[in-house]
Design a protein around this ligand. Structure first.
Ligand SMILES: C[S@@+](CC[C@H](N)C(=O)[O-])C[C@H]1O[C@@H](n2cnc3c(N)ncnc32)[C@H](O)[C@@H]1O
Length: 328
């Protein structure tokens, strides 16, 4: 069966593997690590970043969520055919690279391994990066929503990925990225929409899937931050002044339902990523932000888990990448 929805120039048509149905189920941004940054907030056994920062972020920073971050990195790398970036970087040059909101630092570490001469800095509001890292990587505590402390024209490449739900002002984010990028350097951004979609209507078999989107829509309003950022991302990127822009929209399947083996592999990892920490993705929104009834949470979570495993549902989410160059 062919699903014919195309996105821009990057046609991403997914065919369903019918056989699969049978079986599978402050003001300045940089801070040294002071003890207040290590004072994590706690919610039902999960830990979240310290409230030292002006911004509030919805994902936990504990091992369970970090595993999901690493799994996301894995499927995104398969999605880009093994590449860590799309921008046409100069290979024979010592690159100064910034990875904003680096999470576990997995992208920064792999980039540093691939470019041993590069100097890579990963920043985050949670000090959850490993102590061991290649010698050309360093991690810093940095709130990307505050004014960046980096000097202007400091980096050859700035990489920003999966900050949906973290950024109120996307214009300000890309303005800072533009300022800190050297003329001729590149900035790349990749974001996912947290909505289960299908082209054959099969998401309607599991109405709970829509309530996942509703949770982030309502929660986002209450937090004054968007979880559906792809238009904002593109507009802010345009307005910052980048040239030679390219953008690409990809469907990432949830589950191994596509016929195409690469997409099926991506789908299996996407589903495993979600299943690994459905609680981490939703607990803060449900309980802290929207204050929904606690006793309904476990039931909702288990019906969501069941829906994600339903092999008759051919769902996917959309990832949007954009990259561009600062004019010389
Ligand atoms: C979903 S993870 C993505 C991690 C990494 N970019 C990746 O794609 O593998 C989002 C990360 O952004 C960080 N973050 C959230 N708000 C931030 C902010 N205001 N400044 C810097 N990092 C932030 C979180 O702590 C988390 O580690």
């Amino acid at each position: 069966m062919e699903l014919g929805l195309k996105f821009g120039t990057n046609a991403n048509i997914m065919q369903i593997d019918d056989e699969d149905d049978a079986g599978e189920d402050g003001l300045s941004s940089t801070a040294s690590i002071s003890s207040s940054i290590l004072e994590y907030r706690r919610l039902q056994g999960r830990t979240y970043h310290s409230d030292k920062f002006a911004s509030t972020y919805f994902l936990p920073n504990d091992q369970q969520q970090m595993d999901s971050i690493d799994m996301s990195h894995h499927y995104l790398t398969i999605l880009l055919n093994g590449r860590l970036y799309l921008a046409p970087l100069e290979q024979n040059k010592t690159l100064r690279v910034l990875d904003v909101g680096t999470g576990t630092g997995i992208w920064a570490i792999e980039f540093a391994d691939q470019f041993p001469d590069a100097e890579v800095t990963g920043t985050d509001i949670s000090p959850c990066q490993p102590r061991w890292a290649p010698p050309n990587v360093r991690f810093e505590i940095d709130d990307a929503t505050a004014n960046w402390t980096w000097g202007s024209e400091n980096f050859d490449f700035i990489h920003i990925r999966y900050l949906f739900g973290a950024i109120r002002d996307w214009n300000a984010l890309f303005q800072e990225a533009y300022r800190c990028c050297r003329p001729g350097g590149w900035v790349q951004s990749g974001e996912c929409d947290v909505e289960f979609r299908s082209d054959d209507g099969t998401t309607e078999l599991e109405p709970v899937l829509k309530t996942y989107k509703d949770l982030f829509q309502e929660g986002g309003k209450a937090m004054n931050v968007s979880f559906f950022v792809q238009e904002l991302q593109q507009k802010a990127f345009d307005e910052a002044g980048f040239v030679e822009q390219k953008s690409a929209r990809y469907k990432i399947p949830i589950g191994g339902w596509p016929k195409d083996p690469q997409l099926a592999e991506i789908g299996r990892v996407v589903r495993a990523t979600l299943e690994n920490d459905l609680e981490g993705y939703t607990l803060f929104m449900w309980q802290d932000v929207l204050k929904r009834p606690r006793d309904e949470y476990a039931v909702w979570l288990s019906s969501l888990r069941k829906a994600i495993r339903n092999p008759k549902v051919h769902s996917y989410m959309v990832v949007h990448y954009v990259y561009g160059r600062k004019p010389e």
